[in-house]
Ligand binder design. Structure first.
Ligand code: M6R
Length: 609
């Protein structure tokens, strides 16, 4: 949930570090810091708040330096404060480290180091790393001290270290938290996320778990924890600069919402087999016999990914008739679950880094399940742990609120459900019907985004309220949950998503003239029932904001505001219906003056439990 950036080279070291870490600010942004290595040893700058301009002493230190490391933080252990911001230094200012992840045995290590006379500045788990390294240093071999310390750590880490006695080198290590290095003309860079590397080079080397690297301007060496040399594998980084810049959009979230016609298309590209009315999902590594053998499916995820999983359940049960359960990853992980034989577990994650999902996945493997991952970030921890699955192909998602990754998850789940359905008895005609509807989605998404005035107006209307309800049935129930989550996350308006039929069993008590109720009524199958629910809400004075399909004009007389989306098959309604809900939340947040891309208390990837 934090960002690491490091640079060795000659070009304005201070500015390069600040620019690099700003690119990663979406991962965490309550404090930041930089450690610079130069002729006079190491110099440290730490600040609370967003990455800001640097002051004179910083510029002076940077002018005489060979490189440095930088960090942007999302607090887990210890409040956001300068003393808790990274980099952390040892008492002699010989070592500086930045860390992503969690050191689980930090309390034991802290006690041991304190007993040796170590003075801690803050409360973070990360600070133990630097004191541990210093305590193991023999004055000659910083790498040996680094490796020695890593061997004592329990938990997850990506760490970068500089040492006053090793000018020109950044030492890096990884266990469970991603880190990538790259080299370009006259410089070398390291970052926790490729988006900070691509301005320098498209060739990156991801460290694997247990690997340690010494990175210099003119090259790098990699070892495993047994100190054996390892060959780094150079990979093309699938990021282009445009995808990590905001361009003319005011916010990344808005840009990412508008990318959806393309990302929906990309999620399907090359995966539709029209002639046979099915899809190509070879990445799952499941033969037709394997698919026929599946007795149940368990989908695991968190937040928006969990909502996508709920839609996935409806898709799989309708198309493939396989009993499916969707669970919050953290609940699955610790609940002593029982999996029946031949259960397929699907891990859903945009980042592929979410600690709860990764942990749940490992538990599912321990229980003997076959696991597949549907992730966006290529080479991420969850993708690697599964070893097979399908990538979402939505490109980097920088806005903290997930948007385009959600619709891509729905598309990929639909491809999986359709393929399983065809293997398990769905007719060719039905297969083709679903494929036709899928193929129409990108243009339909374009159409929605071509006329957003009514959506913006609806967002501004909601902005004036303290609460909102979202209701829907069947495929639009998870969509109601997702719409409510989007609103909460970025506008801080309290919102709840509900199955529309549940309203009358309690929550309808909340409805009065101050309660906007976003009613999702774009499915044909649930339309008449939704009309009855709308009447119930109207009878209690609630303000109806309806999302329906083109042609349902009779809703205009029942609702205060109506947004129409193009007609599609009911299973794909959430894909189109997500767009107006995302935009509505966006405009509500803008109206309330909220920081859309960096909502309070949140971070993009949640790599802690
Ligand atoms: O990267 P993941 O999909 O595993 O992340 C799961 C959730 O943390 C994430 O969806 C979160 O709920 C977002 N902030 C939603 O907008």
């Amino acid at each position: 949930m934090c960002g690491i950036f490091g640079y060795v080279g000659k070009v304005d070291v201070g500015q390069t570090l600040v620019t690099g870490i700003r690119r990663l600010e979406y991962r965490g942004y309550d404090s930041w810091g930089v450690a610079i290595g130069g002729d006079d040893g190491l110099t440290l700058f730490r600040r609370v708040g967003r990455v800001s301009q640097v002051d004179e002493p910083f510029k002076l230190a940077a002018a005489k330096s060979w490189g440095g490391i930088a960090h942007t933080r999302w607090a887990t252990h210890g409040e956001p404060a300068e003393r808790n911001a990274h980099p952390h230094m040892d008492g002699a200012a010989r070592f500086a480290i930045v860390h992503n992840g969690i050191i689980e045995n930090h309390a034991v290590l802290r006690d041991r180091l304190r007993a040796q006379g170590c003075v801690f500045q803050g409360e973070t788990d990360s600070e133990v790393i630097v004191h541990l390294i210093a305590s193991l240093y023999d004055g000659r071999d910083p790498r040996a001290a680094f490796v020695g310390a890593l061997r004592l750590l329990r938990g997850a880490y990506a760490v970068a270290m500089i040492c006053a006695d090793a000018p020109g080198t950044i030492f890096i290590a990884r266990d469970s938290s991603p880190i990538v290095i790259g080299r370009a003309d006259g410089c070398a860079v390291v970052a926790s996320d490729p988006c900070a590397i691509v301005p320098f080079t498209r060739d990156g080397i991801y460290l694997a778990d247990g690997e340690v690297c010494a990175l210099r301007e003119d090259g790098y060496r990699i070892w495993n924890l047994k100190d054996e040399p390892v060959e780094g594998v150079v990979q093309k980084l699938a990021y282009d600069l445009e995808s990590v810049e905001r361009g003319t959009f005011k916010h990344f979230m808005l840009k990412e919402i508008y990318e959806q016609p393309r990302t929906i298309r990309d999620a399907m590209r090359g995966r539709l087999a029209r002639g046979s009315g099915t899809t190509r999902v070879d990445g799952l590594g499941l033969t037709e016999a394997d698919i026929r053998r599946i007795r149940s499916i368990r989908i695991l995820g968190c937040g928006t990914s969990w909502h996508a999983g709920l839609v996935g359940r409806y898709l799989i049960e309708e198309m493939a008739r396989i009993p499916t359960v969707v669970e919050y990853a953290a609940e699955f992980r610790y609940a002593a679950r029982v999996l029946e034989p031949d259960t397929l577990v699907i891990a859903l994650s945009q980042s592929g880094e979410t600690a709860d999902t990764l942990g749940a996945l490992r538990e599912a493997k321990r229980l003997g399940a076959t696991v597949v991952g549907l992730c966006n970030v290529v080479g991420s921890g969850i993708a690697r742990e599964c070893g097979r699955g399908l990538y979402l192909r939505s490109g980097p998602e920088i806005g903290v609120a997930s948007t385009k990754a959600f619709t891509s998850q729905l598309v990929v789940l639909a491809l999986l459900a359709l393929h399983f359905g065809r293997v398990r008895g769905m007719s060719l005609a039905d297969g083709v019907r679903f494929l036709d509807a899928l193929e129409a989605l990108p243009d339909q998404a374009e159409q929605i985004l071509g006329n957003t005035d009514a959506i913006a107006e609806m967002g501004r209307l909601v902005a004036g309220h303290r609460n909102a309800l979202y209701v829907g049935r069947l495929y639009e129930y998870p969509l109601a949950l997702e719409g409510a989550l989007k609103l909460k996350e970025i506008s801080y308006i309290h919102a709840e998503g509900l199955p529309a039929a549940e309203l009358k069993h309690g929550p309808i008590a909340l409805v009065d003239k101050d309660m906007p109720v976003v009613t999702l009524a774009a499915q044909t199958g649930a339309f008449e029932k939704m009309k009855s629910n709308i009447e119930e809400i109207r009878a209690r004075g609630g303000r109806i904001l309806a999302v329906c399909r083109e042609g349902s004009e009779d809703l205009r007389s029942m609702a205060e505001r109506v947004i129409c989306i193009p007609p599609t098959l009911d299973p794909f309604v959430p894909i189109l219906g997500a767009l107006p809900l995302q935009l509505m939340a966006y405009y509500a947040a803008v109206e309330r003056g909220c920081d859309v891309d960096r909502p309070r208390n949140l971070a993009k990837s949640v790599t802690v439990e």
